[in-house]
Write a protein that binds this ligand. Structure first.
Ligand SMILES: Cc1cc2nc3c(=O)[nH]c(=O)nc-3n(C[C@H](O)[C@H](O)[C@H](O)COP(=O)(O)OP(=O)(O)OC[C@H]3O[C@@H](n4cnc5c(N)ncnc54)[C@H](O)[C@@H]3O)c2cc1C
Length: 493
């Protein structure tokens, strides 16, 4: 059978595209190399505690807010259980020994900052006005029915996030607090673009939510929709080769030897990983060079802790801890320099938490000597390395959770190698292609390619994260369904 659309990858983007296209009557076949669907939306259980891979919380899901509209389009709205984080403290940012509680809601957020920094009111207003302006310069964020062309370029892709923050205040602590949730985008001082910071910060300030069913709950809702629409999802279906004839993909070869064919192909794989699967001359040399030389974001080292019963209360917020107000770098000499801590939220959460996650940055070079190994077969020295890193990270967390070690039932870890091998992310990069404000056009990857029936989607296009990926899925599907039609559907007109 020749499917209308073959989709490579069953992460958030692949499943969103499959869900929407199958609902619109296209025959779809999703291929994933893993034996479980979801990519970074996979959840896993340890000692009966369910942890998420790439979902702690998400943003702007209040009625009529931006992600709420995309979730409605992709059939997620109403089919997952949301829990809003604490209105008065969705984020706790700790800089050394100073704590700053950051609420949700634009006015609440500004008021809280002004209480902490009374002499900085003007800068705080300027900051928020700019965030609003940046976000609303993107038609696919703004979502107004009079939008003529939603691919209009925003002028804010070429501005630096940290330089902008420094321009509204010279107060070092306030600068650090404004950049305080930058683990969500691996913020770097002289790299991160203002639009990345603004879209993420502003959307989470508007409203922040956890999902009771976790990442796998999201993947399952999308996958069930695909199947109900007659679509096929194949697991253990690694794409290893694609044949191209007259500028069109003709055959998709799987590792199993199976051959799959589609009129159109959507790939949510990292474009760097996809190019080597196609014939040398399928794409222009200059394009290939640009894709293959993209820099990817740093990876993460995560500690997943199962907790003894009734020891640590569930905290309905995220705690971002920094040793100092140097928040804008992912590469400090001293490791770990910072971490994100959060108690897990799932069906079994009561007043007390059954799990705790602690996450920090880790460069791939730290684990590259085990690059040729596979899951569960990396050797004792790798296990010792992870154990040592976990101890260091727990010691950092204990500064804010005294006695944490005595509350631990068991402890599990993941390194950039784990992410690489479970989710297929390039060298375990957390968020894919880095968007450098100094060269914005270089890192912008559009869905269309010179291969006429191939489209890209996923976190490497515009922006990572649930919101960024949902927008990429929309853009990719718009190429097949018609942009005006899909935009109207998104606006529910
Ligand atoms: C530690 C961490 C925490 C995060 N937390 C949050 C959060 O709290 N909130 C938020 O909004 N975002 C978060 N993110 C980001 C978010 O999870 C991702 O941006 C998003 O899930 C990426 O979706 P995707 O579809 O682009 O990619 P993926 O989920 O990576 O999907 C790609 C899929 O392609 C498959 N694949 C790869 N190669 C092949 C092949 N050759 N053949 C077949 N299939 C293949 C993979 O198996 C995978 O399933 C987090 C990310 C990380 C790493």
């Amino acid at each position: 059978m020749v499917y209308d659309v073959v989709i490579i990858g069953s992460g958030l983007s692949g499943l969103q595209c499959a869900n929407l296209l199958s609902e619109e009557g296209r025959s779809v076949c999703v291929l994933d190399k893993n034996d479980r669907i979801g990519g970074m939306m996979q959840s896993f259980a340890r000692d009966g505690v369910v942890f998420n891979t790439g979902l702690n919380y998400t943003e702007s899901l209040g009625e009529g807010e931006v992600l709420d509209k995309y979730f409605k389009l992709f059939g997620l709205k109403g089919n997952i259980t949301l829990k809003q984080l604490d209105l008065n403290q969705a984020e706790l940012v700790t800089i050394g020994d100073k704590e700053f509680a950051l609420p949700q809601g634009i006015e609440n957020y500004k008021d809280a900052l002004k209480k902490n920094f009374p002499t900085e009111a003007e800068g705080i207003d300027k900051y928020m006005d700019m965030l609003h302006k940046v976000c609303h310069s993107f038609p696919l964020y703004n979502l107004h029915s009079d939008t003529e062309n939603f691919n209009t370029e925003s002028p804010y892709v070429a501005q630096s996030a940290s330089a902008f923050i420094n321009s509204v205040t010279s107060n070092k602590d306030l600068q650090a607090v404004l950049g305080g949730i930058n683990i969500l985008y691996a913020g770097q001082q002289d790299v991160t673009a203002l639009y990345t910071h603004a879209l993420i910060n502003y959307s989470f300030i508007k409203s922040s939510w956890r999902v009771k069913e976790g990442g796998s709950g999201i993947a399952n809702v999308l996958a069930n929709g695909v199947k109900a629409n007659g679509g096929i999802i194949k697991r253990n279906a690694e794409v290893v080769k694609m044949l191209v004839d007259k500028g069109m993909i003709t055959d998709i070869h799987l590792k199993s030897g199976e051959l799959v064919r589609g009129t159109n192909v959507i790939s949510s794989m990292h474009p760097k990983s996809l190019l080597p699967l196609m014939p040398e001359d399928a794409l222009k040399k200059a394009y290939k060079k640009r894709i293959l030389t993209q820099e990817d974001s740093i990876g993460m080292f995560s500690v997943y802790i199962t907790l003894k019963k009734n020891r640590i209360k569930y905290q309905n917020y995220n705690h971002h801890y920094f040793r100092s107000n140097e928040v804008w770098t992912t590469d400090h000499g001293l490791w770990p320099q910072n971490c994100l801590m959060y108690t897990v939220y799932n069906h079994r959460t009561t007043d007390y938490a059954n799990g705790l996650c602690i996450i920090t940055y880790m460069k791939f070079s730290e684990v590259s000597k085990w690059a040729d190994t596979s899951i569960e077969n990396r050797g004792d020295d790798y296990l010792a390395f992870k154990q040592e890193k976990a101890e260091q990270l727990i010691s950092l967390a204990e500064r804010k959770i005294p006695g944490l070690r005595s509350d631990i039932k068991a402890c599990y870890t993941s390194s950039p190698l784990t992410y690489r091998d479970y989710t297929g992310s390039y060298n375990g990069s957390a968020y894919g292609v880095v968007k450098d404000y100094k060269n914005p056009l270089y890192s912008i990857i559009t869905p269309q390619t010179r291969v006429k029936n191939l489209l890209f989607t996923g976190q490497n296009l515009n922006m990572h994260g649930i919101l960024g990926v949902s927008i990429s899925s929309f853009l990719t599907c718009a190429h097949l369904l018609g942009d005006k039609y899909l935009y109207k559907k998104l606006l529910n007109e």
